[in-house]
Design a protein around this ligand. Structure first.
Ligand code: FES
Length: 139
């Protein structure tokens, strides 16, 4: 993380992180050493999970996010806001995912703000997905 990225405690109030879930692909392989065991994704998932327990953020590992060519991969979802898929993560980006979760949880418009977002979640953004109720249609 760079000096401009807020720490987890700067971003918020742990009680508000109830509605956000970080999903980390445990099956992604390290590009530099694809045969390594445990897989790099599994290590990242374990690290994010441990940090999430400490910080009150729900973290789940998943088998694949269909972003295999651009791993390591993770998604951050909220109940009513936008969801984000990230790729190109490194094993030391675990804390960045929790910063992103906090930013998203506290975003009044349901969009993860660019400002304050860790670099890994800027350069690694693959897609964002609107909430089910989202519409930009006009009558
Ligand atoms: S193996 Fe990680 S996204 Fe498919």
């Amino acid at each position: 993380m760079t000096a401009t990225v807020p720490s987890l405690t700067d971003v918020t109030d742990k009680s508000k992180a109830q509605g956000v879930v970080v999903f980390v692909c445990r099956s992604c392989r390290a590009e530099a050493d694809p045969t390594a065991e445990p897989r790099a994704g599994a290590t990242l998932a374990q690290t994010v999970s441990a940090l999430g327990k400490d910080e009150g953020v729900t973290v789940r590992s998943v088998n694949c996010l269909a972003n295999c060519k651009r791993g390591l991969s993770a998604a951050i979802r909220t109940q009513d806001g936008w969801s984000y898929i990230f790729g190109g993560l490194a094993q030391d980006d675990a804390a960045d995912l929790l910063v992103g979760a906090r930013l998203l949880e506290n975003a009044p418009d349901g969009l993860m703000p660019w400002r304050g977002r860790p670099d890994s979640l800027k350069r690694g953004m693959v897609a964002r997905i609107p909430a089910l109720h989202h519409t930009e249609e006009t009558p």
